[in-house]
Design a protein around this ligand. Structure first.
Ligand code: SAH
Length: 245
């Protein structure tokens, strides 16, 4: 029996306009679409006559196993992530599952616009210079290691994008992260908070390190903290690269 192909597709932040042509093509070329229901909803207009297998959150490995089984039956399967599939998405898990089962099957990882890039464009140009991306989720990573990374990125004056900043059950991480950043960054360092970037419900707040906790931050939010040179003017957050104007 012929084997199918696996596409691991980054859908971008949420609107069709920000999805790549390759992502659309991969979905068109697939008979089966596997994903978490919120992401399936983002592409529902592309799903006519496709078999859709949705599953709940935190069932990532199960989703990859289903994807592999369907592809081994000879179908092309797209397993989808929001943003970029290789940034806290499904790409790594899918490749690990294929390796673990020692299967010889084609896997194409299709890149997408990740949340920090989407949010940065809404804010202006806050990540024009060296930056670090850090997830505050300690479900799979020790909090001590996350804190160390925040510390090192702050010490190095990186612009920092925080993913998974706060959930109902995870409140203190963003507070501790701010405390660590304040050891190296000034309280008036600009902070951009973007919720639902590039979706209809997009919300944007520009504040600073001192006041950032007074704004709504949740799991649909990415938080971008500037470096020493970042400033805000006319509602845009800008990190200069150093050009002489
Ligand atoms: N693979 C995704 C990230 C998944 S981790 C990507 O590349 O974007 C989930 C976290 O991403 C969320 O908690 C949030 O911090 C961020 N995120 C994803 N989409 C977002 C959006 N449209 N707006 C703001 N933040 C988003």
């Amino acid at each position: 029996m012929n084997k199918g192909k696996i596409y691991v597709v980054g859908l971008g932040p949420g609107s069709y306009e920000h999805m790549s042509h390759r992502a659309k093509k991969a979905i068109e070329d697939s008979q089966v679409i596997v994903g978490y229901k919120t992401y399936i909803d983002l592409i529902k207009d592309l799903l006519h006559e496709k078999e859709v297998i949705d599953s709940g959150m935190r069932k990532e490995v199960e989703r990859c196993n289903i994807t592999l089984d369907e592809a081994l039956k000879g179908k092309n399967v797209s397993i989808i992530s929001s943003g970029d599939a290789g940034i806290y998405g499904m790409a790594g898990i899918m490749l690990e599952v294929v390796n673990e089962k020692d299967e010889d099957i084609e896997v194409e990882v299709v890149p997408g616009i990740t949340a920090s890039n989407a949010a940065a464009s809404t804010l202006g140009a806050p990540i024009m210079h060296d930056s670090a991306v850090i997830s505050l989720s300690d479900l799979l990573t020790d909090w001590e290691l996350i804190k160390k990374r925040i510390e090192c990125a702050s010490m190095g004056d990186f612009v920092i994008s925080l993913y998974n900043p706060k959930s109902k059950g995870r409140i203190h991480q963003i507070e501790e992260a701010r405390e660590i950043m304040l050891k190296y960054k000034s309280p008036d360092t600009p902070v951009g908070i973007v919720r639902n970037a590039k979706r209809e419900e997009e919300e944007v707040f520009i504040t600073d390190l001192e006041h950032m906790l007074s704004y709504p931050i949740d799991m649909l939010t990415v938080v971008i903290i500037g470096n020493q040179k970042t400033y805000v003017k006319n509602g845009k957050m800008i990190t200069p690269r150093g050009y002489v104007l």
